[in-house]
Design a protein around this ligand. Structure first.
Ligand SMILES: [Fe+2]
Length: 459
């Protein structure tokens, strides 16, 4: 019986996977109807006068003892207080912190009152309740701080990109939400896709905030800026890139000595996470270049073994979409990534899924013809996961043949989980929306580049 089951499994695998010169191109096909936005009525504002809405949290400091709590009030800026207390203590032992309030205008849209409150010096690995609003609009949420930063601290990240707010987005989001393993989300850019609507309809930023609230209010999402965050529209008189995004989503860039919220870093559990901006200057001498150069000197693998970089536009992408768009940034920064043994680079932008082999392409010097990517034990693994399910639909055209650097690619929507176990091993799974959450369409043990630099593909 076991042999028959094995044969059936093998046949199924071969029917899904097409083996080429490179890795695996999965021929799993999803439905190809256009992705349509869910109606605004699907996300009504919460009840009560001036009720806080679009609640989201992110890490608020360097090490995970701080949290930035953000929300929007539609009618008036007050109250602007967060009350919080440890779940295992008496509610009377509460603390309060005030939010800073901002608003912005975009063409014919005026935002509500956007609040950002930073709580600091929390205990590690502790559950806290927090409450915002007053009277009949009072709302209560909770979060758990991460364990103290250290080399063998297990921690599980969800990975989501290019989410948008379509019915497919909802499937991706609900899939992730239904899995209790994820403790924080690494979001690789492109949030609401408001800019795909007339006049960059900024009400779409509000509905997106309501859509994701049941996760973002309870666990931190670590934000990366994508091209859909730029909202640069001189024809509308909107000349300041990233205006809605930077008003709505705050990140702890100052504690990372960054001069911009578009690039920053945090330490969380056993991971050092660097966030870069594909859409800000990164050439030699620019602020982002200078910051990143210095940043690598701060990473201590004895403290944070796992070095993860998030950037929106992928460097290794074998789809026909956005092909080579990440190339100039790759040329600038890839030598640093290899020298510093980055474990994993997470990108979005291409609306499909792809995972690379450990490769580098750093030998080329204009005249030596060494421009082909090669296997490199010190190189990162690149994951493209812009498959959240947004309104622009799926990227389903591959470049052929599949290049050697591409280990697995599939044109389906989904999300991933990275389960860091200790300083040497992390278990990585990608979940396509058409399967049940426990099914992993792509999975492997990832070995740490500093502590256990073995080749995963040969196991
Ligand atoms: Fe994008």
């Amino acid at each position: 019986m076991a042999a028959i089951a094995q044969s059936i499994a093998l046949l199924l695998f071969l029917s899904l996977a097409y083996l080429s010169h490179g890795g695996i191109t999965s021929r799993f096909m999803r439905k190809l109807e256009a992705s349509v936005d869910m109606p605004a009525e699907a996300f009504p504002p919460p009840s009560g006068h001036n009720a806080p809405e679009q609640v989201h949290i992110t890490q608020g400091d360097r090490n995970g003892r701080g949290v930035i709590i953000s929300w929007v009030t539609p009618l008036s800026p007050k109250p602007n207080v967060v009350r919080y207390w440890a779940a295992d203590s008496d509610e009377d032992h509460d603390h309060t912190v005030r939010s800073r309030i901002t608003t912005y205008k975009y063409y014919n849209y005026t935002s509500g009152f956007i609040h950002h409150a930073t709580i600091s010096d929390l205990e590690y690995d502790t559950k806290y309740f927090y409450e915002i609003g007053s009277g009949d609009a009072k709302r209560r949420f909770f979060f758990t701080t991460p364990p103290m930063v250290g080399p063998d601290v297990p921690y599980t990240f969800g990975i989501i990109g290019d989410l948008g707010q379509t019915y497919d987005s909802n499937q991706t989001f609900e899939h992730y939400y239904s899995n209790s393993k994820g403790q924080a989300v690494l979001f690789v850019g492109d949030l609401s896709y408001a800019d795909n609507h007339p006049f960059h309809d900024n009400r779409k930023w509000d509905t997106w905030g309501r859509f994701v609230e049941k996760s973002t209010a309870y666990q931190p999402w670590i934000w990366t800026a994508g091209n859909h965050e730029m909202d640069f529209a001189p024809e509308l008189g909107e000349n300041t890139p990233f205006k809605p995004f930077t008003h709505r989503y705050h990140v702890p860039y100052k504690s990372a000595q960054s001069s911009s919220p578009l690039w920053y870093s945090i330490k969380r559990a056993s991971a050092y996470i660097i966030v870069l901006s594909s859409y800000s200057a990164y050439g030699t001498y620019t602020p982002q270049y200078q910051w990143l150069k210095n940043e690598f000197t701060k990473v201590k693998r004895e403290e944070t073994p796992w070095l993860i970089v998030m950037l929106h536009s992928p460097w290794y992408n074998s789809y026909d979409y956005h092909y080579m768009e990440g190339e100039s940034m790759r040329v600038m920064f890839e030598p640093w990534f290899v020298e510093n043994k980055v474990d994993l680079v997470l990108s979005g932008h291409v609306h499909a899924y792809e995972r690379s082999e450990r490769v580098s392409n750093v030998r080329y010097n204009i005249t030596n013809r060494l421009s082909t990517p090669i296997r490199d034990i010190n190189a990162p693994m690149y994951v493209t996961i812009g498959d959240g399910g947004n309104i622009e639909g799926l990227a389903n055209q591959f470049t052929e043949p599949q290049p050697n650097y591409s280990a697995f690619r599939e044109a389906s929507f989904g999300h991933a989980l990275l389960e860091i176990k200790n300083r040497t091993h992390a278990y990585y799974t990608w979940h396509r929306n058409h399967d049940n959450e426990p099914v992993a369409a792509d999975s492997l043990w990832i070995y740490n580049r500093y502590w256990y630099p073995e080749d995963e593909s040969s196991q």
